[in-house]
Design a binder for this molecule. Structure first.
Ligand code: SF4
Length: 77
């Protein structure tokens, strides 16, 4: 389960975020490319756009289920 206090700094404010337990497998970006981006320097993903449509929300939920390290949280502010 993702931890809010470990969220990576690039996440935009909002409900969804990636934390530092991310192993940079790129699954979330494959599933929800309009929400997740990659930080190649630090080797983690981050939320660059909070989901705004039902389709994006569904894709984020799918990414949360698929993330091997449960690094995507939905309890952000
Ligand atoms: S699916 Fe999880 S581990 Fe993989 S890049 Fe996304 S947040 Fe990181």
């Amino acid at each position: 389960m993702a931890e809010l206090k470990l969220r990576v700094p690039q996440n935009v404010p909002g409900k969804f975020y990636v934390d530092k337990t991310c192993i940079y497998c790129d699954v979330c970006r494959d599933v929800a490319p309009t929400v997740f981006a990659e930080d190649k320097v630090n080797g983690w993903a981050y939320v660059f756009n909070q989901p705004k449509t039902e389709e994006e929300l569904e894709a984020v939920r799918e990414a949360m289920d698929a993330c091997p390290t449960e690094s995507i949280g939905d309890d952000g502010e």
